[in-house]
Design a protein around this ligand. Structure first.
Ligand SMILES: CC(C)(COP(=O)(O)OP(=O)(O)OC[C@H]1O[C@@H](n2cnc3c(N)ncnc32)[C@H](O)[C@@H]1OP(=O)(O)O)[C@@H](O)C(=O)NCCC(=O)NCCS
Length: 209
């Protein structure tokens, strides 16, 4: 990868199907046999929490190779305040170009744009190995807890980055995943029938059945 061989732009309506296909390819068999993320983005684009100004695609040699998107959500502060924050994802890079730096370029560009829009912090579930390189830390270090988990649960998957330094100072509370991310398996199955057949495989490293 070099700095000039890709372009990042906003997703347009005409890209929707191609982006869903890209996301399907990118997530297929990674976290479970098959994936739901292509249906998740399909649903999220119609969600009131969706931010069209932060819905990006990456192009290289005239084809789509990556995407990333953000949603508005909240932290319910322990003192009763409601703090507006962002969540992010899915983010995906086409399988044959993974681990070449495109994901980080996509991530850093979109975080920069979110910062320019004045958002204060981004929180989501992810792997610190990738996101740590773009300034994310464990959300627990900011005093933010993940919803619906027991006190002693491992929350190392739950990450946070302040876009405005000090935005979360003096705040403790519970982060809420936007409802739009929760999709029904049967709806995913139905939606997936509109794509080319693809074999679901149980593979080592998957975190869901
Ligand atoms: C995760 C994903 C977006 C990362 O994009 P990418 O282009 O493959 O990653 P990059 O090449 O930009 O990696 C940047 C750095 O993070 C590291 N990294 C990337 N993916 C990683 C992973 N899964 N685990 C640990 N470290 C990772 C790389 O080693 C690299 O570090 P380096 O520069 O020191 O070598 C991409 O691999 C993907 O689409 N995966 C499938 C879908 C997915 O899991 N999305 C994220 C859901 S939270």
């Amino acid at each position: 990868m070099n700095k000039n061989d890709y372009r990042i732009r906003l997703e347009e309506r005409k890209d929707y199907r191609a982006v869903e296909n890209l996301v399907r390819e990118s997530f297929w068999n990674v976290y479970k046999p098959g994936c739901a993320e292509h249906y998740v983005i399909h649903v999220l684009r119609d969600d009131p929490a969706f931010i069209p100004e932060l819905d990006f695609v990456m192009e290289k040699d005239g084809r789509l190779i990556g995407q990333n998107m953000f949603m508005k959500t909240i932290i319910e502060g322990d003192d009763g305040r409601v703090i507006d924050v962002l969540t992010m994802g899915p983010i995906g890079i086409t399988p044959e170009l993974k681990r070449k730096g495109y994901g980080k370029a996509m991530l850093d560009y979109s975080l920069e744009k979110a910062m320019e829009m004045g958002f204060g912090a981004v929180l989501f579930e992810g792997n610190i190995g990738f996101y740590g390189k773009s300034g994310f830390d464990y959300a627990s270090r900011f005093g933010i807890r993940y919803h619906d988990l027991p006190e002693d649960a491992d929350t190392s998957f739950f990450l946070c980055k302040e876009l405005i330094p000090g935005y979360l100072d003096g705040i403790t509370g519970v982060y809420q995943t936007p409802q739009g991310y929760y999709v029904k398996d049967e709806d995913v199955e139905e939606f997936d029938k509109g794509f080319p057949p693809k074999e679901k495989q149980k593979l080592p490293g998957q975190i869901f059945d």
